[in-house]
Design a protein around this ligand. Structure first.
Ligand SMILES: *[C@@H]1O[C@H](CO)[C@@H](O)[C@H](O)[C@H]1NC(C)=O
Ligand SMILES: *[C@@H]1O[C@H](CO)[C@@H](O)[C@H](O)[C@H]1NC(C)=O
Ligand SMILES: *[C@@H]1O[C@H](CO)[C@@H](O)[C@H](O)[C@H]1NC(C)=O
Ligand SMILES: *[C@@H]1O[C@H](CO)[C@@H](O)[C@H](O)[C@H]1NC(C)=O
Length: 199
């Protein structure tokens, strides 16, 4: 004797769909409560100090333009949250000039307790080919001004941890820097710069 209700061909699929459905509802609800109770504040990122000891654009022939650079940064990363600790699982910093990335650096991973600040020291040192046609013009203008506008962007994979709950984020930081060549006499000190952070 066969039992039609138990051998129904859809039953496995149906219960699988039900399981996924209830699982996703449970997840969204816990995420919602997590947000409501702990309302995580974004990570605070500042460039505390910067040294641009080399920034030079050279044109070897009519088609090849090379940027030679040496930029070192002191970056503070603060977790302003009282109850959330953060695992930084990967961090990459990219340096851009005139909208073009010319260098990147991979930074060490770390764990950060609540209300704690960690210092990072990315450095960009090397040469890169410049593709943008307007870059030379911009460089000449900025060279005359004595300040270069360089963007440093951070891309990270993090986990926010509250008790046993861990939630993943991919925050981004954008630091817009106005830098004078260091050791070039004038220039003055570096102005501490706040970076924009998106969770
Ligand atoms: C910033 O860096 C420059 C050059 O590396 C150094 O001379 C200066 O003392 C630093 N400033 C601070 C506030 O650490
Ligand atoms: C910068 O580039 C110019 C040519 O564009 C070159 O003469 C000079 O030596 C370079 N300076 C450095 C520090 O590399
Ligand atoms: C790059 O700059 C840093 C700090 O100003 C300096 O310590 C380092 O020697 C420089 N590297 C090169 C290759 O010039
Ligand atoms: C920040 O973290 C460091 C290293 O984990 C630890 O030694 C220090 O006590 C922490 N500070 C605060 C205020 O939690």
């Amino acid at each position: 004797m066969s039992n039609p209700t138990k051998t129904h061909p859809c039953s496995l699929l149906c219960s699988l769909i039900k399981l996924i459905f209830s699982l996703s509802i449970t997840l969204s609800i816990s995420f919602f409560f997590f947000w409501l109770i702990y309302h995580p504040n974004p990570i605070k990122v500042h460039v505390e100090n910067a040294s641009l000891s080399l920034f030079n654009l050279t044109t070897t022939d009519t088609t090849t333009t090379t940027l030679t650079y040496n930029l070192t940064l002191d970056i503070s990363v603060r977790n302003p949250n009282k109850k959330i600790s953060i695992y930084y699982d990967s961090i990459e910093a990219r340096a851009c000039y005139d909208g073009e990335r010319f260098a990147f650096a991979t930074l060490p991973t770390f764990y950060q307790g609540h209300k704690n600040t960690t210092m990072l020291y990315p450095s960009f040192d090397g040469q890169s080919l410049v593709v943008g046609s307007g870059t030379k013009t911009r460089f000449n203008t900025e060279e005359n001004d004595g300040f270069y506008n360089i963007d440093v962007n951070g891309h990270a994979r993090v986990r926010f941890k509250v008790g046993w709950i861990k939630i993943k984020f991919k925050p981004r930081a954008n630091c817009h820097l106005r830098l004078a060549l260091s050791g070039g006499g004038g220039g003055g000190g570096f102005q501490r710069t706040k970076c924009d952070v998106d969770l």
